[in-house]
Design a protein around this ligand. Structure first.
Ligand SMILES: [Zn+2]
Length: 63
């Protein structure tokens, strides 16, 4: 389950949210209820699938 770190631009609060598919645009700050938040890439996000949409084009021939 992807847990992302967010930072609120209004009150500068850092918080973590468990984000399900489709819920990503509705993240609100638990402190001031603002939706002016930014997602931070942290070490706890091991998924890495949100880096790009070309994740399936992995390089071949590395053997
Ligand atoms: Zn806030």
């Amino acid at each position: 389950m992807p847990i992302f770190e967010y930072k609120c631009n209004q009150c500068e609060k850092d918080f973590e949210r468990l984000v399900f598919s489709g819920e990503e645009k509705n993240i609100t700050c638990p402190g001031c209820k603002s939706q002016d938040v930014i997602k931070k890439m942290s070490a706890s996000s091991f998924m890495g699938s949100s880096i790009g949409k070309c994740a399936t084009s992995s390089p071949k021939g590395f053997s």
